[in-house]
Design a protein around this ligand. Structure first.
Ligand code: FUL
Length: 482
C-alpha cells in the first residue's frame, strides 16, 4: 500500500513547488472598468441618430409647440440607416427617442405628443421599434436618448413630470430592449411651451430628477445598462462637441467633483483625473454635420472622410469611444452625402490600418515580471487581447523593442494597456531604428484602452517604446504598427 502512495506524494510536492514559482499577476488598480464598460470600450464606434419635428422645422431645439402633423417623412427607411452604419463599421446606435421638444418617436401611452398623432403611417408608425429591430437584424447594440428636459410637457418642473419621465423609461426598457446605453442629456434652457403656458421654468439640476432613484429604476429593468451623463456614472461627457478627447485622457475621475450641468468642468471631463476614484471613461459625441438635426442647407457641410478620420484619431485614438451623429433627412433617409462620407471614412480606416507590421514579430523586453513566460514581451504582438506583458511591481519605467524584420515605412503606432487591471501609464516615448541608429519620433502621455500616434512616414527596421512614468507597473496587451 505504502508504495502506491509514493507517486501521488511526488506529484503533490511537484505541483506545490510549481505553484510556489508561479508569478502572480499585477494587483488591479483601485479603479477598473466594470464588464459593461469594458464591452463599451471595445465597441469604439457608435452612431448617434437625431430625428424629430426639428428635422421638419429646421430647428435644433424645438420649443415644444410643434404640431405632430409636421412629422411626416416621405420615404422613411430605418433599415437603410442601420445598414449604412453596419457597412461602415459602427457597433451600436443611440436614438433620440425624445429630444427637448418632447415629441416621442414611439407611441407612448403617456402623451399624445408622439408619432401616433402624426399623419406618418396614419399614426401607426414607431421609429424606436424600427431602429431597435434593425439593430437586432444587423447585430448592432441599441441605445436610447430620452431628454430629461421636456418643453412640451405641461407638468415639467413638478414631481408629476418626473413620474412621467420614469413611465417613459419603463416603456422603452420593457418594450424595446436590450438597451446597452442610456443617454441623459444635461441641457436645460428654461423656456418652453409647457402645455400652452409659454414660460420659463427653472429646475434644480442636481436634485429635481432624483437621479439615484431613476437610475436604480432603470437598472432593475436592465442590469447591464451603461449610463451616460456629464457625470456618468457609466460614461462621462468629453467636455466638448468637437470630437476631441484630451491628449491626456484618464478613464478615472472622482464623481463628487461633478454633476450634470455644473459649469467650468470641461477640462476635467476632457482629461479625467489621474487619481480619480471611479472608472468613468469619456465618450466623444460629435455630429457629421454642423447641427445635430438634418438641415438641407448643411448638405454641403458634411464632414469629409479625412475630417472624420482626424476625429477618429482624437477620440478612439485617445482611448475614448466615438459617438458620431448622423441625422436622417426629411425623407427619413441618411442623405447621400452622409453615406458617401461614411463610406470614404471606412475606406480610409481600412487603408491606413491595413497591415499590422508588428503582428507576430519578435519583442525584446529587458524586464519581465518574475521572468515568467506568462508575462513575456511576445504577448504584445500575439494578436490576443487577453495576454499581456508586465513587469515587477516595483518597476515603473521600462522599454521594449519590436523587430519588424525588414525595412518598412511607418505611419501609425497603436498601443493598448490591459485595462481590466486599470490604467497606469503616464508618459512614454517612441523611437524608430533606421539602420543602426535609434531616432526619437514621438512622445505622449496616457494610453488607456487605446492610443494611436500618427507619425511622419519614416522607414524603420524596429520600434522601441520607452515607458517613462507609470502609476504602477506597466501592463501592455497590444501594440500595432502601420
Ligand atoms: C446637447 C443637446 O442640447 C443637443 O441638442 C444634442 O442632443 C446634443 C447631443 O446634446 O446637450
Amino acid at each position: 500500500m505504502k508504495k502506491l502512495y509514493l507517486p501521488a506524494i511526488i506529484l503533490i510536492a511537484f505541483t506545490f513547488s510549481c505553484e510556489q514559482k508561479e508569478t502572480a499577476p499585477p494587483t488591479p488598480m483601485p479603479a477598473v472598468p466594470a464588464p459593461n464598460q469594458l464591452a463599451w470600450h471595445e465597441m469604439e464606434l457608435n452612431a448617434f441618430v437625431h430625428f424629430t419635428t426639428n428635422t421638419f422645422t429646421g430647428k435644433e431645439w424645438g420649443y415644444g409647440d410643434e404640431s405632430p402633423a409636421i412629422f411626416n417623412p416621405s420615404n422613411y427607411d430605418a433599415d437603410q440607416w442601420v445598414r449604412t452604419f453596419k457597412e461602415t463599421g459602427f457597433k451600436g446606435v443611440i436614438l433620440t427617442c425624445k429630444h427637448h421638444d418632447g415629441f416621442c418617436l414611439w407611441p407612448s401611452e403617456y402623451t399624445e405628443h408622439s408619432v401616433k398623432s402624426s399623419p406618418w403611417k396614419n399614426g401607426e408608425g414607431d421609429v424606436v421599434r424600427d431602429v431597435a429591430d434593425a439593430c437586432k437584424k444587423y447585430g448592432l447594440k441599441f441605445g436610447v436618448y430620452l431628454s430629461p428636459w421636456d418643453r412640451n410637457h405641461a407638468e415639467y418642473g413638478t414631481p408629476a413630470y418626473v413620474e412621467y419621465y420614469r413611465n417613459q423609461l419603463k416603456e422603452l426598457f420593457t418594450n424595446y430592449g436590450p438597451v446597452f446605453e442610456m443617454w441623459f442629456d444635461g441641457a436645460n434652457g428654461g423656456d418652453g411651451y409647457y402645455g400652452g403656458k409659454r414660460e420659463k421654468r427653472s429646475i434644480q439640476g442636481s436634485t429635481y430628477y432624483d437621479w439615484p432613484t431613476t437610475l436604480q429604476y432603470v437598472r432593475d429593468m436592465e442590469p447591464n445598462i451603461l449610463f451616460f451623463s456629464d457625470a456618468g456614472p457609466g460614461v462621462r461627457w468629453v467636455g466638448n462637441e468637437r470630437g476631441v478627447a484630451g491628449e491626456t485622457n484618464w478613464n478615472t475621475i472622482t464623481p463628487d467633483t461633478l454633476f450634470a450641468g455644473k459649469a467650468g468642468i470641461e477640462k476635467l471631463l476632457n482629461e479625467g483625473a489621474e487619481n480619480g476614484t471611479h472608472w468613468i471613461p469619456a465618450e466623444v459625441d460629435v455630429s457629421i454635420r454642423k447641427g445635430w438635426f438634418y438641415h438641407a442647407e448643411e448638405d454641403s457641410l458634411v464632414k469629409t472622410p479625412e475630417r472624420l478620420f482626424d476625429i477618429y484619431l482624437t477620440s478612439v485614438g485617445r482611448g475614448s469611444t466615438l459617438l458620431l451623429n448622423i441625422p436622417p433627412d426629411r425623407r427619413g433617409l441618411v442623405h447621400e452625402n452622409d453615406v458617401a462620407a461614411l463610406k470614404g471614412f471606412k475606406e480610409l480606416l481600412d487603408t491606413e490600418f491595413k497591415t499590422n507590421l508588428a503582428l507576430h514579430k519578435p519583442v525584446y523586453a529587458e524586464k519581465v515580471r518574475g521572468e515568467a513566460e506568462q508575462f513575456a514581451g511576445k504577448n504584445i504582438t500575439d494578436g490576443m487581447k487577453d495576454t499581456y506583458w508586465a513587469v515587477d511591481d516595483s518597476v515603473t519605467t521600462a522599454s521594449f523593442e519590436i523587430d519588424l524584420q525588414g525595412t518598412h515605412t511607418i505611419k501609425y503606432l497603436m498601443l493598448q494597456e490591459y485595462i481590466p487591471l486599470g490604467q497606469r501609464i503616464k508618459s512614454f516615448t517612441v523611437e524608430l531604428k533606421q539602420d543602426d541608429e535609434w531616432k526619437p519620433v514621438a512622445s505622449a502621455t496616457t494610453i488607456g484602452y487605446k492610443r494611436i500616434l500618427k507619425i511622419d512616414p519614416t522607414e524603420a527596421q524596429a520600434i522601441r517604446i520607452n515607458i517613462k512614468e507609470s502609476k504602477a507597473c506597466p501592463v501592455i496587451s497590444n501594440v500595432e504598427v502601420y
